[in-house]
Design a protein around this ligand. Structure first.
Ligand code: FA5
Length: 365
């Protein structure tokens, strides 16, 4: 009887050893452990048979059974360790990281093209000795119109479709009110630029927005003439559009300048051979207003070979009188649209692109 039980225990160990070594994963090892050492396991079954042994035989077989149990447990533990190790190596192999790969680039912000152009314009005029001042975006009718020689019933008010906030308060339609604000506080000599948002009740299209940016500049001193205006704007055009640019002044009308001019540069796209006899379109025509007429001859100037970049003139004596500037002083003033300059500089044919916050567009700058 004793020998039969001992044989059973030996063959149980042999069978367990063979099965344990063949287990392929931790789950099947756990099942096997249950099968051999569990409450209804094979070893437990064998141990149940001990009750049939005599008092003297029991300790001997019991000792043997404990040895077999310990041996099986040892085999199970070793196999578990080895399975865990190979599972870990397999995972490490699968999740292998190439530490030499370059890192993910961190997206960086950049300046909006209009901010860039505004800063460039400021910096050019600062190099010419102009100081920068800010003016309010909410203006009074007086500064926006009346002091600029545009009384309430003046037909020139049609040129500026305005957004009124109250009877005499509006969102400024241009930056020219800054001229008045500066000159009523300070005396010449003055060389000042100002810039920022302007607002008009204009229908939105490829060259117009209800909100846009202007830069205003003016110089007041004794003996200031149109020659100074042309020289200053010529230096500006060369700095922003290239040293070979030519400037041309074409008569125009603004109530606060006399004489008034529209300033053109020769088209940098097709105007290398531009000649003076090629007339730009009338200042009031839509082609000049938009500045970007698309035609087969040139998509930038539409074949006119000249591009309007700003309005300017000699400050009207009425304006100088309003701010009590003595009559021995004269001055010039100019006003340009930042969007217009940016569109020409970056060859953009739709102003709305500046305001759509389209990453693909903005990332190009
Ligand atoms: C003026 O606003 C004058 N104050 C400029 C000036 C200043 C003349 C000093 C003489 C002396 P104008 O209305 O043409 O002028 O506007 C100037 C520029 O602002 C235009 O050439 C254009 O580039 C820009 N602009 C005007 N309206 C819009 C609009 N709705 N959307 C985008 N840009 C505009």
């Amino acid at each position: 009887m004793v020998n039969a039980v001992v044989d059973k225990l030996d063959s149980l160990l042999e069978e367990a050893s063979s099965k344990i070594s063949q287990t392929a994963d931790i789950k099947s090892l756990e099942d096997l452990q249950h099968e051999i050492l569990g409450k209804k396991g094979k070893l437990t079954q064998v141990l149940r048979g001990l009750s049939e042994l005599s008092e003297e035989e029991r300790p001997h077989v019991g000792k043997k059974a404990n040895e077999i149990k310990a041996a099986v447990q040892k085999l199970l533990d070793e196999r578990l360790l080895s399975l865990k190790q190979s599972a870990l190596s397999e995972r490490l192999e699968k999740e292998w990281l190439d530490l030499t790969l370059p890192g993910e680039p961190v997206p960086t912000g950049r300046l909006h093209p209009l901010t860039r152009v505004l800063r460039e314009v400021k910096s050019i005029f600062s190099g010419l000795g102009f100081e920068f001042v800010q003016g309010p975006e909410v203006e009074s009718d007086y500064y926006n119109f009346e002091a600029l020689n545009i009384p309430p019933d003046h037909p020139a008010r049609d040129m500026w479709d305005s957004l009124y906030l109250g009877e005499k308060t509006l969102l400024r339609t241009h930056t020219s009110p800054v001229q008045i604000r500066v000159m009523e506080k300070r005396k010449p000599p003055l060389r000042v630029i100002s810039g920022g948002k302007c607002f008009r009740r204009d229908a939105v299209d490829s060259t117009h927005c209800f909100q846009f940016h202007q830069v205003e500049g003016f110089m007041v001193d004794q003996g200031v003439s149109m020659a100074h205006l042309k020289g200053t704007l010529s230096a500006f055009a060369k700095a922003i559009f290239g040293p070979e640019r030519k400037v041309k002044l074409v008569p125009s009308y603004f109530p606060f300048t006399e004489p008034s001019v529209e300033v053109y540069i020769d088209c940098f796209n097709c105007g290398k051979n531009s000649s003076e006899d090629q007339q730009p379109s009338s200042p009031n025509s839509s082609s000049v207003e938009s500045g970007l007429v698309l035609s087969e001859s040139c998509r930038i100037c539409g074949g006119t070979k000249w591009l309007e970049i700003l309005g300017a003139g000699m400050i009207h004596p009425f304006v100088l009188r309003v701010v009590n500037i003595p009559s021995e002083y004269t001055g010039f003033a100019f006003g340009l649209g930042i969007e217009r300059i940016a569109m020409l500089k970056f060859r953009i044919d739709d102003i709305r692109l500046f305001y759509e916050s389209d990453q693909k567009f903005l990332e190009q700058f």
